[in-house]
Design a protein around this ligand. Structure first.
Ligand code: ATP
Length: 354
């Protein structure tokens, strides 16, 4: 069990900053996601936590102890790679026993431990099989078993399901999450897949260009994005951004879009200039009485819902509405938005206004 605190962590490769003063806390037992596009510094962050890479500056605390400059072997953290490295010439049971025996554990104790882990993973029946002939899923389970059997303080997983096809991936994701819930070990998981992060994570760190854009629960990052990057990266289709010139001051709870007044969450700060009215597709309402008009440009059928693209005076937006609602391309529609679903951003900084 482990709590991991990251403080102002930074990693330079020569002149290049891969991770910039990142700070966040991973609580004991959490399933914690590092999410972001390719090259944003997720893997580098994970490797620093595991001790496979040393930070240029900043601190990592593992259960209150500063471990930033300690080698991986002294951190008691298991790293699960995307390409699971198993010993192909060994049987499943031997693969699981190996980490224990090489730690000096006696054979009887090791066998008992292996049996326990095999039961958790549901692979008791294949302990005598060579790993060479196993299915992808069983290989994955054996590799996880290899990481679990040592009972490390925490698990680091770098896109462990990245190589699997979509259907199987979803199945393994569920298994991994269920396994975590049974064992309760702190797990840090790297992914570029926002859906995977939202479905599996207790908390998510969203990274972009080496910077932590936001850190919170899946609900926090979805409902209260801190930046336009987060609002855009999380959710599919992503949040709509309607640009307008205006200003907000503390206490204000409306803004004007093309002459129409819309309620927004009561503002704490002030801003002026180019502002952005952010609304998720499922929060766009159609109401002919609304003075704020748009033209339907396209519809995309998705089964129970459809995605409707509407050209508005402030840019295109996508609305997710039930497929039972009949809309026609070229038609003019009135648009409504509920105040509590709106996020305002400052265009220049991309930061959410609160
Ligand atoms: P991906 O999903 O593509 O692996 P990532 O978010 O995990 O992306 P990192 O692997 O952490 O990103 O890499 C962050 C940046 O640091 C990238 O631009 C990468 O090229 C660079 N980088 C990583 N390792 C090194 C290294 N050893 N030397 C030089 N640059 C590196």
């Amino acid at each position: 069990m482990a709590e991991i605190i990251i403080e102002n962590l930074q990693k330079m490769f020569g002149e290049f900053t891969a991770v910039q003063s990142s700070s966040f806390t991973i609580e004991d037992g959490e399933f914690f996601m590092l999410l972001g596009p390719s090259g944003c510094g997720k893997t580098t962050t994970l490797r620093m936590i595991a001790g496979l890479e040393l930070p240029t500056s900043g601190e990592i605390y593992l259960d209150g102890e500063e471990v930033s400059q300690r080698p991986a072997s002294q951190r008691d953290i298991a790293f699960v790679f995307q390409m699971f490295a198993l010993y192909p010439h060994m049987k499943v049971g031997q693969n699981l026993r190996y980490p224990l025996i090489s730690q000096g554990m006696g054979r009887a104790e090791a066998n008992a431990k292996v049996a326990e882990v095999a039961k958790i993973l549901g692979i008791e029946g294949i302990l005598d099989r060579p790993v060479g002939g196993l299915s992808g899923g069983d290989r994955q389970r054996v590799a996880l078993g290899r990481a679990i059997v040592r009972e490390p303080k925490a698990f680091m997983m770098d896109e462990p399901l990245g190589a699997l096809d979509a259907e199987f991936r979803e199945h393994m994701a569920e298994e991994l999450r269920a396994l975590h819930d049974r064992m309760g070990a702190t797990t840090v998981y790297v992914t570029h897949d926002q859906l995977e992060a939202m479905q599996m994570g207790d908390k998510i760190v969203v990274m972009n260009h080496g910077v932590v854009e936001q850190f919170g629960t899946p609900q926090d990052v979805y409902d209260k994005p801190a930046t336009m990057f987060v609002a855009d990266f999380i959710g599919a289709p992503s949040m709509n951004f309607l640009t307008f010139a205006g200003s907000v001051r503390p206490g204000q709870d409306t803004v004007e879009l093309d002459g129409a007044t819309f309620g927004v969450p009561r503002q704490i700060g002030a801003a002026q200039g180019d502002l952005v009215f952010g609304v998720r597709p499922e929060h766009v309402g159609f109401d002919d009485a609304s003075p704020y008009r748009g033209r339907i440009d396209a519809t995309e059928y998705l089964g129970t819902t459809q995605i409707v693209t509407v050209a508005t005076p402030n840019g295109d937006l996508k609305a997710r509405i039930p497929s039972s609602e009949v809309v026609r391309e070229g038609e003019s529609v009135g648009l409504t938005f509920r105040a509590e679903t709106i996020t305002l951003f400052e265009r220049s900084s991309g930061r959410a206004l609160r």
